[in-house]
Design a protein around this ligand. Structure first.
Ligand SMILES: Cc1cc2nc3c(=O)[nH]c(=O)nc-3n(C[C@H](O)[C@H](O)[C@H](O)COP(=O)(O)OP(=O)(O)OC[C@H]3O[C@@H](n4cnc5c(N)ncnc54)[C@H](O)[C@@H]3O)c2cc1C
Length: 453
């Protein structure tokens, strides 16, 4: 039965979930706080570009957008590690041709999704509408019209809350749902976006098809390519302390820090200090909340219910997986929204928790262990096991990033087993050629294997 659904938040997840709802014949009203980014020149918010991977691409494919996204995406085949002397080591993400991740502009992706949603006659998008409250008892949404400076209300029988990590809808849910619980853990680190411009001839100043990392143990710099030949560079650095954003308060201090820690990157950043002081320092938060829904009337999706830190590049991808799961349930639960919301929450919550933890762990890997010889050896042993036991041993990174048929929760559990196996096999060798296959065979006998779950 066709229903009327109000979606609050027209970011990546709100726009994609509106498409899934419209595809199933529902009438969607999408409310977005900001002006229409296709007309006004506004920042897309947060990171300028992001990594889209198999889980996100699967959801995009389901709504016929994969090809359009591929046209604005740059493949990244692995990590290019930059040491302090400027030497580079390339560490591939996978060993199969399709095992790449893609750098895409957040703004362009969001615009594509909004345009696709709006192409449905049953979708209306209203911009400049900031949701200020939701009264669960009367099912009423309150908005402030940012253009006209006026408040208005709307009775909304069925609401999707996709208003991001500081969600107003999550707050409303917390006031109403019995037993509601949440944690909001701010990371001690902030981030600052910078830029390596395109060369004078419009080319890329570094290897284009890689995610560049300057791991420096306690902190790191990363860079992702953009379609115009530039790289968006992000410094992840502690908020406070002797080595922190607190100490980078003058152009001289910033210049000296980069000269000491990232000399090769500095050479490619002519406007470093102007950009550094022109851009805000962002914060990162892990939100775990439960429940995600109230009966048949309100459901939270994406960062609104499960914001995570960006170190596995999975925040949006997991939000898109929420949308895909919504699409599947819309086909089977045609009338029963209470059941649909319960099922969606039950399917997604364990996976949201798993990727939240994996993302935190991956920060340590990216800024520190990735530069370790033992870590790289374990990666190679993982690849060797994958080649020897195809389908049975899939390295954890690959399960998370390239295998949407394996849930995040299962990938997390298998990852723990894998780490034990890889640590044991790497313990007394220095090169993958020395791998003791008999020992590997024994360890693999006890391994649960990567079956879909
Ligand atoms: C530095 C950084 C890098 C990242 N890199 C990656 C990556 O590489 N890969 C990846 O998968 N993920 C990445 N992420 C995570 C990703 O950005 C988020 O998971 C994703 O944006 C979540 O989408 P969303 O639509 O749920 O929320 P948001 O993108 O936050 O969108 C929320 C929308 O709701 C609107 N809104 C907010 N409040 C209201 C209100 N009260 N009323 C009306 N509208 C409202 C906002 O304007 C916005 O449009 C990164 C995050 C950060 C911070």
């Amino acid at each position: 039965m066709s229903e009327s659904v109000q979606v609050v938040g027209g970011g990546l997840v709100g726009a994609l979930s509106s498409i899934f709802l419209a595809k199933h014949g529902h009438t969607v009203s999408l409310f977005e706080r900001r002006p229409d980014m296709r007309r006004a020149s506004i920042s897309a918010g947060r990171s300028i570009n992001l990594a889209v991977t198999a889980r996100g691409l699967k959801a995009l494919e389901e709504v016929g957008l994969r090809e359009a996204v591929m046209k604005i995406a740059i493949p990244m085949k692995g990590r290019m590690l930059h040491d302090i002397e400027g030497n580079m080591t390339f560490v591939p993400y996978g060993q199969k041709a399709h095992e790449v991740i893609y750098s895409v502009s957040r703004g362009e992706l969001n615009k594509l999704l909004l345009t696709k949603a709006e192409a449905y006659p049953n979708v209306t998008i209203r911009f400049d509408q900031r949701c200020t409250a939701y009264d669960a008892k009367t099912r009423t949404l309150s908005f402030h019209d940012e253009q006209q400076g006026k408040d208005h209300q709307l009775v909304a029988p069925r609401v999707l809350g996709t208003d991001g990590s500081a969600s107003v809808l999550r707050h409303a849910l917390s006031l109403h749902a019995t037993g509601f619980g949440q944690t909001e853990d701010m990371l001690d680190y902030g981030y600052k976006e910078l830029v390596i411009p395109a060369t004078a001839t419009g080319g890329f100043a570094m290897e284009k098809e890689a995610l560049h990392i300057w791991p420096r143990k306690n902190y790191m710099l990363i860079a992702l390519p953009n379609m115009d030949g530039s790289f968006t560079v992000t410094l992840f650095y502690p908020h406070k302390g002797a080595e922190s954003f607190e100490t980078l308060t003058t152009p001289e201090a910033v210049q000296a820090f980069f000269a000491q820690q990232f000399p090769d990157a500095l050479k490619l950043m002519p406007d470093l200090t102007a950009v550094f002081f022109g851009n805000p320092t962002g914060a990162m938060v892990t939100v775990k909340s439960f429940p995600w829904h109230i009966g048949d009337q309100l459901m939270l999706l994406g960062d609104a219910s499960h914001a995570i830190v960006p170190f596995f590049g999975q925040g949006m991808n997991s939000g898109f997986e929420d949308c895909s799961a919504l699409g599947t349930l819309l086909s089977t639960h045609t009338d029963d929204w209470q059941q649909l919301f319960s099922q969606l929450e039950a399917d997604r919550k364990p996976n949201a928790d798993a990727i939240a933890d994996l993302a935190l762990e991956n920060f340590v890997e990216m800024r520190d262990t990735v530069a370790d010889a033992k870590f790289q050896l374990k990666k190679q042993i993982g690849f060797a096991l994958e080649a020897r036991y195809p389908g049975r041993f899939i390295p954890r990174y690959a399960m998370v990033v390239f295998h949407p048929e394996i849930s995040y929760a299962r990938a997390q559990a298998l990852g723990v087993e894998q780490d034990r196996i890889l640590s044991e096999l790497a313990a007394d060798i220095t090169d993958v050629a020395q791998l003791n296959w008999e020992h590997a065979e024994q360890l693999m006998e006890g391994y649960s294997g990567a079956k879909a779950a």
